[in-house]
Design a protein around this ligand. Sequence first.
Ligand SMILES: Nc1ncnc2c1ncn2[C@@H]1O[C@H](COP(=O)(O)OP(=O)(O)OP(=O)(O)O)[C@@H](O)[C@H]1O
Length: 163
Amino acid sequence: MDRHSSTTQSDLERMLWDEKVEPKALPLSLLEDITNGFSDEREIGRGGFAVVYKGMLENGEAIAVKRLSKTYMYEKEFLREVECLIKVKHKNVVRFIGYCVDSQGRADSYNGKFVMADVLQRLLCFEYLPHGALDQYITGDIWHRNSATAKSHTVLTYTVLAS
Ligand SMILES: Nc1ncnc2c1ncn2[C@@H]1O[C@H](COP(=O)(O)OP(=O)(O)OP(=O)(O)O)[C@@H](O)[C@H]1O
């Protein structure tokens, strides 16, 4: 991924109001900016393979930034997931905004040797759903606090499609 990719916050803002814009490759620096460097206070959830952060744009809109864990690094699976996410477009499925693959060399000592290690990061970005995940509605955790919306159901729908 090109760290100097030209996608900016205003491109992301435009993507959010124009549903016709296709998902894009996003630079890691942009995702770091909008999540305060993936800070703890921006964490909104954790799944089996990822930590999800709330990314805040300058216009006050939010997106969900899913940073995949180091154990979920198989290139073929990631590529297949991105391919499925790009193809699936439905009003009840959370909108896929873009993806990021970033690799950076880091010099470090390993087993007494000085080595250059590749540090790989993979991230997926989605429209932000403010009402939580479907499983909380099914189990009754938040059924009485909020009324379920079609969009709030889509976190789980997406998971089913992607697995
Ligand atoms: N688009 C989103 N908008 C708002 N919150 C989200 C979004 N996506 C995920 N989350 C939050 O992050 C949590 C973890 O999301 P994730 O998709 O990784 O979970 P999961 O479906 O449990 O994981 P897995 O894919 O490992 O089965 C969700 O339960 C939800 O609270």
